[in-house]
Design a binder for this molecule. Structure first.
Ligand code: HEC
Ligand code: HEC
Length: 356
């Protein structure tokens, strides 16, 4: 009897002992799990904060609330609705790809631009990663822009490119063509939340050089990598119909004018690095950053339409908003127009930081 009792007590103690261990182990794993979860959350917000802090000033002033961690891909074309709205979207895409056929010097709708297509610079109908794509248009417009000193709608921004990149005239904002291009851009941005700029939107920012970019070096590189398509005179090559370009012009009166985005060296160098020679991409570039800067310097040294006495007189109502590589004075700093155009930019950027 006593032996039996002893046995029961022994079993009870070992049961107690093992269950205590069991509870301890479970509690430990739960706290480890919760701990890692918390760390992850913290890490995530730190990453986002870091990306935001390190983003260029232009990003912040554009009211962008966050930068996507994931790559953006355009929506599937089969999801364009089969109704009036869908027709408008499809026409908008057609106008981006073959702008000149409709709105160029021999345009079937109106003759208001220089023969270039939007797609010449906004590659793959404005969908290529770092190919100057439109992924952030629907989500970030209307937005304040320093150049005009006003809040710009999508149609105002499109007209900026008509007047500068296509060296032409603006399009009536109520026209079928304008509504179509806006509808296409809005459809492209369907899945992008308001205020968000996708990771590979627009053009990449290259690291600036410690020296000024050199047109002479760029000229040699041009002959080696670009001349076959864009021509000895940078004049480009028209298609057989003559209605648009097979290879668009890089300078001269048929190319973008000196008030266009690409006339800023950082924009042109970023475009060239991530997209040229044709076939290159941001993850498989063919040129180094340095080569892209020198090429950009060469291209933007060549002649093109000057609009300084034209629409450009209304630009930059607040001159302190001019980006470091805007090549025309007056400036708030004491650097020359030449240094603003070709660099080195670091001293300019540093001086701007100090006055902020
Ligand atoms: C010669 C090159 C060129 C051509 C042609 C061109 N653009 Fe642009 N476009 C640019 C550059 C450069 C930018 C500014 C990119 C930057 O600052 O990062 C830009 C910006 C834009 C933006 C604003 C994008 C954003 O995310 O803020 C829109 C919208 C736009 N272009 C529409 C058009 C349309 C529509 C056409 C045709 C009618 C066109 N562009 C033709 C070079 C061009
Ligand atoms: C194989 C032919 C080819 C080569 C080589 C080439 N490009 Fe292009 N480039 C194109 C085509 C085609 C486009 C227009 C893309 C489109 O419409 O889809 C273009 C567009 C451009 C544009 C924007 C439109 C414009 O006219 O301003 C620039 C800038 C440019 N190329 C610069 C260069 C530079 C710099 C090089 C040399 C590093 C180069 N390209 C080499 C075919 C070429």
């Amino acid at each position: 009897m006593e032996q039996h009792l002893q046995q029961i007590i022994q079993r009870a103690t070992s049961l107690l002992y093992w269950s205590a261990w069991g509870i301890f182990v479970i509690a430990l794993s739960i706290s480890i799990w919760v701990g890692t979860l918390l760390l992850h959350v913290k890490e995530g917000s730190r990453l986002i904060a870091k990306e935001y802090l390190h983003s260029p000033d232009s990003l912040k002033q554009d009211n962008i609330s966050s930068v996507y961690q994931e790559s953006w891909r355009p929506p599937d074309e089969r999801t364009i609705p089969k109704n009036k709205k869908g027709e408008l979207i499809r026409y908008g895409k057609e106008l981006i790809v073959h702008t000149s056929v409709y709105l160029g010097p021999k345009g079937s709708v109106r003759k208001i631009s220089n023969g270039m297509n939007c797609q010449n610079c906004h590659l793959e109908a404005g969908t290529k990663p770092f190919g100057n794509n439109y992924s952030a248009v629907a989500s970030t417009y209307p937005k304040f822009r320093q150049r005009s000193g006003s809040v710009e709608t999508i149609s105002k921004r499109i007209n900026d490119c008509f007047e500068r990149s296509l060296n032409g005239q603006s399009l009536d904002t109520t026209s079928h063509e304008m509504r179509a291009m806006v509808a296409y851009m809005q459809w492209l941005g369907t899945r992008v939340k308001k205020g968000v700029k996708p990771k590979e939107a627009g053009l990449p920012e290259l690291v600036s050089m410690h020296r000024a970019a050199e047109p002479e070096k760029g000229k040699r590189l041009y002959k080696q990598h670009c001349l076959v398509c864009h021509g000895v005179e940078g004049q480009g090559v028209l298609t057989e119909s003559g209605k648009e370009y097979q290879f668009p012009p890089l300078w001269g009166n048929h190319s973008y004018n000196n008030g266009a985005g690409l006339y800023r060296l950082s924009r042109l160098a970023g475009y060239v690095k991530a997209n040229m020679p044709f076939g290159a991409s941001f993850d498989k570039p063919l040129l180094s950053d340095e080569e892209a800067w020198d090429l950009a310097a060469y291209i933007n040294t060549m002649p093109r339409t000057d609009i300084r006495d034209g629409i450009m007189i209304y630009d930059w109502p607040d001159i302190s908003g001019k980006p470091f590589d805007h090549p025309f004075g007056p400036f708030t700093d004491s650097f020359s127009e030449t240094q603003h155009k070709y660099g080195p930019y670091e001293p300019i950027i540093d001086a701007h930081k100090k006055t902020k």
